[in-house]
Design a protein around this ligand. Structure first.
Ligand code: 0GY
Length: 295
């Protein structure tokens, strides 16, 4: 597959997101977003499962400003594999206003880990979605976690809700803070107090080192845009139950969405519905990400 030919059914990110009505508090952090390519400069990984459109650092920083945010946490996506060059380039041009979550192999050297740290990386991501990543043995992932723990980094995990029972022991043995992407991808047609989401809430209740991103309504919702009503109770439950362990992010440029592309402004306008007080909004958007990424 040529590095720069995006998948035919790929939807590009919203060409003109609206200015949100909700004003984020000063210092707000978009704690889950990506940069892709540009492929001519930073080719996609040969082992990738999809080929996205280019989504550059300059476009990301322009979106940050439009939405009223001050900082980004840029998360390495599977289409770039363990090649973190596009991420590092974005961090280097962010004027200190972006941190990164990288992907590394088990044999990554200590000098490389130190270089990543100095560049602004503060975590690694383990991806358990079969459509996105090939299987990596748990002991290999555990050895990576043990390597990065002394740096004060955390592990970001991405998985489907039905896989949580099988992954539970692995997650709860990790020696770092663990940040779960997109609320562990619940089936939001099920009750918010039903067994599936209850299991996820129990994971956080019993393990104070486990955090959650309350992100990606556009991926989880069956009721759909622009208000994504069915996702709100799930996100709100986490924000109200674990106010000091939740993060929020746009997920720009929204890889692998086939049905619609969200207006990022309307995603920001959901924030007061999932974090209804100024105090909760400040914890979600400022205090928590600053503690994890900038302290
Ligand atoms: C996301 C979600 C997706 C993709 C990736 O690393 C990735 O390729 O995370 C997805 O397809 O659900 O958070 O970007």
């Amino acid at each position: 597959m040529p590095a720069s030919t995006m998948d035919k059914d790929w939807l590009s990110f919203h060409p003109a997101p609206s200015k949100p009505r909700f004003t984020p508090p000063p210092g707000a952090v978009d704690a889950h977003c990506h940069v892709f390519g540009p492929a001519a400069e930073f080719p996609f990984a040969p082992e990738r499962k999809y080929t996205p459109c280019d989504a550059s650092k300059d476009q990301l920083f322009a979106l940050r400003d439009l939405l009223g945010f001050e900082r980004n946490v840029i998360v390495q996506a599977t289409c770039h594999g363990n090649d973190n060059r596009a991420l590092l380039d974005a961090l280097a041009h962010s004027n200190g206003r972006a941190r990164g979550v990288a992907s590394v192999a088990a044999d990554v050297g200590n000098a490389e880990l130190r270089r990543l740290h100095e560049a602004g990386v503060r975590g690694v991501r383990f991806n358990f979605l079969r459509r996105l990543a090939d299987f990596t043995p748990r002991e290999v992932l555990m050895s990576i976690a043990e390597r990065i723990a002394p740096l004060g980094w955390h592990v970001v995990v991405y998985f489907e809700a039905e896989d949580l029972p099988e992954l539970w022991d692995f997650f709860t043995r990790l020696p770092t803070i663990v940040v779960v992407d997109h609320m562990g991808r619940p089936d939001v047609s099920r009750p918010v107090d039903g067994p599936q989401f209850e299991r996820f809430v129990r994971l956080l209740r019993e393990h104070p080192n486990i955090w959650s991103k309350v992100s990606c309504p556009e991926r989880l919702s069956l009721s759909g845009p622009p208000t994504y009503d069915d996702v709100v109770p799930f996100a709100r439950r986490l924000v109200e139950s674990f106010p000091d362990r939740v993060l929020w992010g746009t997920d720009w440029p929204h890889p692998n969405l086939k049905s619609h592309m969200p207006d990022d402004g309307t995603l920001v306008d959901m924030i007061p519905r999932i974090a209804p007080t100024a105090q909760l909004q400040r914890q979600l958007l400022v205090d928590n990400p600053m503690r994890l990424y900038w302290s």
